[in-house]
Design a protein around this ligand. Sequence first.
Ligand SMILES: Cc1ncc(COP(=O)(O)O)c(C=O)c1O
Length: 481
Amino acid sequence: MTNISFSQAFSPENFKYNTQQIINMLSEYLQSMHEDFDTKKVLKSTNWESILSECLSPTSSFSNDWQSFVQKIIDYSQHLHHPNYIGHQVAVPLPMASAIDLVSSFLNNSTAIVEMGPIHAAIETKLIEWVAQKIGYGGDSGGFINAGGSLGNLMALLAARQVKSGYDVWNDGIQQPLAVLVSDQAHYCVERATQIMGLGKNGAISIASNRDFQVTRKALDLSFQEALKKYRKVIAVVGSCCNTGPGTFENLQIIAEFCKEHDLWFHVDGAHGAPVVLSEKYSNLTNGISQADSVVWDFHKMMMMPSLCTGVVFRKKENSYMALKQHAPYLYSNEKTDDWQAISQRTMECTKPSMGLKAYFCLRHYGENFFASYIDYTFDMGKYFADIIEKNSNFELAVIPQGNIVCFRFMSNNGCLDTLQKAICKKVVQLGRFYIVNTTLKDKVYLRTTIMNPFTTKETLVKLLSHIHEVATNLQKENIQ
Ligand SMILES: Cc1ncc(COP(=O)(O)O)c(C=O)c1O
C-alpha cells in the first residue's frame, strides 16, 4: 500500500484530475449504451461466484491502477442505461442527477437539522411542498424525504398507528391487536412494516384482489369483517398505486370512501405510480390520491433519479410528527422552531444525506413536463407491448396493463407452463441480450417486464418478444416444459 498524505488525498488538483477520468469513463459508457448497445450484454455475467472472485479484499492495493477497477465495476454492473433492460422498477438515472449527487456527497451536509445543512434542509422542504401540491393537498400538508419507499411506508403506517389506535402507542405500547388492510398484490414491504410495528403475523390482512388484480368494495368489506372476527382493530387501509407484481392501480376513490366510513387512515403506496399525477394522459389512474392521509412517492423509480429519494407526505402536517415522538436534547432545543428546521424529528435517519437535491435540481433544470412526457412514453410503450402480445397466439397477458409493467407468459400445449416461464426467464438473463424478470400472480408464473428506459422503443419490444419465442422453442426442444 502506498503511503499517501492527507494533503495528497484532499488535493484539489488530484480531485479534478481523477474525477475527470471517472466522468470520461462514464460518458463513454453512456455513449456505448446509445450507439452499439445491441452488441453489448445487459448483464455481463450471471456467474455470481466468479464475480465474487473478481473482487479482491478491501485492503489489497490498486497498484496505481484504480481506473481498471472502476472500468470493471462498470462492466460487471447491471446496465440500466441499456435499452434492452426491461426488468425491475429501477430508474435509469438522469446523468445530471448523478452529477448533482456528487455535489451532495462531496459537501456531505445532513438534513437532520438546519444548522447541519441549511440549504439542503430548505430544498427538501421545497421539494416536499411541490409533491404535496401535485398530489392535491392543501397548504397545511407536510412531510419529509427518506431512504426508500419501504421505509416511507413504515413511517406512514407508524403515524397511522399513533393516530388511529385510540391511545398513545408510542409511549404505552400496543394494548390491543391492530390490523392494516392491504391488497394481496401489494409490495411485501407493507406486510413487513406491520410486523415491525408489532402487529404480528396476521396484522396485515390481505384484501383479495379480483381477476384484474384490483381491490373491490366487497373485498374490502370482507377483509374488514375478517379483522373484526379476529378481534383486531383496523387502523388503516393501504391503496397501491400501483401494485408491484401486476402493475395494476387500485381505485383509490373506493378506498378513500371506505376509510371515511370507518374512520380509518388511508395510506397510498405510490412508490411507483404517484408521479403519474404529473401526466395529463394517465393521471386519472391516481384519482382519489388527494384524499389519502399519507402518500409515498419514489423519485428513484418513475422520476429517473439515482437511488434513493422518497417523498413521504401527509395531508395534515401535524401527522408527520406522529410516527416518532422522541426527545433528543443534543439535537433539538425546547424552543419552538419551524418544523423544516428539524427534519430528523420526523425521520428514522439521523445523519441523512441531501437526497432531495438531485430531484429538486432536475425539476428546475428540465421542468415538470419533461417528467410527465417520460411517464407518457413509458406507459404508451407498456400499452404497445401488451398490444403485440395480445396479437400473438404464442403469448398470454396476465392482465391488460394500465402502465409500464407488463406481465405475460409463453403458451405451450404440453408440460408445466410455470416451469417453462422460469426456464425462459433464466435463459434470457443468461444470454444477456435482454433483462427481464418473472413473478407469480395468483399461483401462475409470468414473465414480468417494466419499461423504465426512455430509449426502449417499439422495435426493442418486438425484438424481445421474438427473442423469448426463440428461447422458448429451443427450451421445448430440450424437453424443458
Ligand atoms: C409499490 C411499491 N412499494 C414499495 C416499494 C419498495 O420501494 P423501495 O425499493 O424504494 O424501498 C416498491 C418497489 O418496487 C413498490 O413497487
